[in-house]
Design a protein around this ligand. Structure first.
Ligand code: CO8
Length: 276
């Protein structure tokens, strides 16, 4: 049975191709419990082979929070074996998110702490609203980031910046996080002054939708192959990184979309891609 803590929405009409995965566990600020992680993995199973899904947005429906990290209360009640099984499942979920073939965008407009920030690091892009708060507070709990944070954040912003966050357990607002390079885009303070920003509207999500709409018109096979090549580039040595790029490049050459791109260029119009 599903806990209802992970909600999957396929958009239609002008936003067809966008799929939103929402974390929805208000009573614990979306803390990652056993049931939430299980449902999250089930949702990823649905998304992975869905050719109609072109961009995935990961968001929270809980105002002021993206995800408070691992569920510290549930964990206190688990046996050592259960903790081990849970941590394995969580780390697997993170790897599965990172390996989705479609581009993924984390919409942050609230606290993304510990495992919550680590979860967002498995997405390709992170965009933030004004309420985003990011941090790896693990050392303040006498542990260390253990769901990929030390590796994924180091790859993203370098060792010294990562240490500055982990050693201090400091919490960052969206602008410092943007200037450190953790976030790709942040809704500017001036933009929050208009009527859109009233109430509990998640401006990070609005911005993520804008990014998705900019990705969708591009060649679907090309975008997936680019993601595959870039993900490999991050861990491969230069020679095999270039080899993988060529393998991915070879996948786009026989597509009809590639010919459509050339035709559209010649005819001075926007291309219409079919994903094959
Ligand atoms: N786990 C369980 N419950 C939580 C968690 C959590 N991580 N965070 C918040 N809650 C609960 C609170 O206990 C509270 O419950 P109750 O109403 O029963 O008292 C409820 O959510 C609301 O919380 P607050 O009143 O604190 O809400 P605020 O809006 O004031 O603050 C915050 C929200 C900022 C998210 C705040 O709750 C907070 O700082 N939470 C703790 C965040 C944290 O330290 N997270 C790091 C956890 S460590 C981690 O994630 C490591 C992962 C390691 C993986 C290892 C793999 C090997």
């Amino acid at each position: 049975a599903s806990s209802g803590e992970v909600v999957l929405i396929r958009h239609s009409g002008k936003d067809a191709g966008i799929l939103t995965l929402s974390l929805s566990r208000p009573k614990a600020k979306n803390a990652l419990s056993h049931s939430l992680v299980r449902d999250f993995r089930r949702a990823l199973d649905e998304v992975r082979n869905d050719k109609d899904t072109r961009v995935v947005i990961l968001r929270s429906t809980v105002p002021g929070v993206f995800c408070a990290g691992a569920d510290l209360k549930e964990r206190a009640t688990m046996s050592p074996t259960e903790v081990e099984q849970f941590l394995y499942s969580m780390k697997t979920a993170f790897k599965e998110l990172e390996a989705l073939p479609q581009p993924t965008i984390a919409a942050l407009d609230g606290a993304a702490l510990g495992g919550g920030l680590e979860l967002s690091l498995c997405c390709d892009l992170r965009v933030a609203g004004p309420r985003a708060i990011l941090g790896l507070p693990e050392t303040s709990l006498a542990i260390i980031p253990g769901a990929g944070g030390t590796l994924r954040l180091t790859k993203l912003i370098g060792a010294s910046q990562t240490k500055s966050l982990v050693f201090t357990a400091r919490r960052l607002g969206p602008y410092p996080a943007f200037s450190m390079g953790i976030i790709n885009d942040v809704v500017e303070a001036a933009e929050c002054m208009d009527e859109k920003s009233t109430g509990d509207q998640n401006l990070g999500y609005e911005r993520a939708l804008e990014w998705a709409r900019e990705i969708i018109p591009n060649g679907p096979v090309a975008v997936r192959m680019a993601k595959r090549a870039i993900n490999h580039a991050a861990s491969a040595d230069p020679a095999s990184g270039l080899e993988i790029e060529q393998l991915c490049y070879a996948q786009v050459i026989p597509t009809e979309d590639r010919l459509e791109g050339l035709r559209a260029f010649k005819e001075k119009r926007k291309p219409v891609y079919k994903g094959c």
